[in-house]
Write a protein that binds this ligand. Structure first.
Ligand code: RIB
Ligand code: CA
Length: 321
């Protein structure tokens, strides 16, 4: 039985690898659609990028829905200083032949959840604006969500401010809505995703000559802006692939159920996720928070899986299907 998923994303280089991993694992994951949100770059660009990534994977049939251009209340902050002006620095992908769907991402989320004959898992790789608005507009869809698997938050230091991780900093109000929705959540915060740095050793299993491996290696061999100070090892931290990898290979991860609360008040801690790792608050847990992963094993499996996208028969079959 495949897991039917919706990927909500702001590509973004790590989003790109996460989407490619999900599309390569089509024996396990049934991707109902990709919804885009403003985050790493503006939403028009995240939508073009999602189309380019699906096209790279020879999966042009995957529908892409453009979502919210702004957070619920706060001004948009983007991250071109990290991911480059187009959001996919180093991949050099062709322009998309497909266009995004006319339907808004929030409308698609609600329609797909209501109409699907199976429950869905939502993979959240960017600010949670689309997902929060879908939950507020149509609370009935909660009954059709098996789980939200989210990259976001920080048990320790933030990455966009000392206190906050980027996705939750961009839209803390959306994050608060999601964590208060009473839904099953698995959370991959920075303390675990900074264990997933794309070091040279971990890149060796990707084929730089491959149609898909080439752009991945080219992207991840780029000098990492901001240096290796954040997260230790030299290389790009692959935050978002941890979400898809957890769905595919949960045995590579360890975590615990925690109470998580998001700071929405303006000030130096806005967007902060307070993760009660030691259960000091006595408050009910609302997320399974990942603490460790076997990063070497994860990268080896990602390389093997996305390598399937390089295989001509696979690409040929997908292009014709
Ligand atoms: O803080 C890292 C997260 O913010 C990742 O999802 C990255 O793609 C950006 O969206
Ligand atoms: Ca992202």
């Amino acid at each position: 039985m495949k897991t039917r998923v919706i990927i909500d994303t702001d590509p973004g280089q790590d989003d790109a690898l996460a989407i490619l991993l999900a599309l390569s694992a089509d024996a396990v994951l049934d991707v109902a659609g990709v919804t885009t949100v403003a985050g790493n770059v503006e939403v028009a660009q995240t939508s073009v990028n999602a189309l380019r990534i699906c096209q790279l994977a020879a999966r042009g049939e995957i529908p892409v829905y453009c979502g919210c251009a702004q957070p619920i209340l706060r001004p948009l902050h983007t991250a071109e200083f990290i991911c480059g002006p187009d959001g996919l620095a180093g991949m050099d992908l062709a322009p998309p032949r497909q266009a995004a769907q006319a339907e808004h991402a929030v409308s698609f989320l609600i329609r797909e959840l209501r109409d699907s004959d199976v429950n869905l898992t939502i993979c959240a790789l960017g600010p949670l604006t689309n997902i929060a608005l879908a939950l507020l507009q149509a609370p009935d869809v909660k009954a059709k969500i098996d789980r939200l698997v989210i990259m976001g938050g920080a048990r320790d230091l933030g990455n966009i401010t000392a206190a906050a991780e980027f996705n939750f900093f961009v839209d803390p109000h959306a994050a608060a809505v999601v964590f208060n929705a009473g839904l099953p959540i698995t959370l991959c915060p920075l303390n675990v995703t900074y264990q997933a740095v794309a070091t040279l050793a971990r890149l060796k299993d990707f084929d730089p000559r491959g149609a898909v491996g080439g752009p991945i290696v080219s992207m991840l061999m780029r000098e990492r802006p901001g240096g290796a100070a954040l997260g230790g090892d030299a290389g790009h931290p692959m935050h978002d692939p941890c979400v898809i990898a957890w769905l595919l290979w949960p045995e590579l991860f360890e975590g615990r159920d925690c109470h998580v609360v998001i700071e929405t008040a303006e000030g130096p801690t806005v967007g902060r996720s307070t993760i009660d790792w030691w259960a000091r608050s006595g408050l009910p847990t609302n997320a399974h928070v990942i603490g460790t992963l076997d990063a070497d094993a994860m990268f080896a499996r990602i390389a093997q899986s996305v390598g399937l996208l390089d295989a001509a028969p696979f690409r040929q079959a997908k292009a014709l299907s």
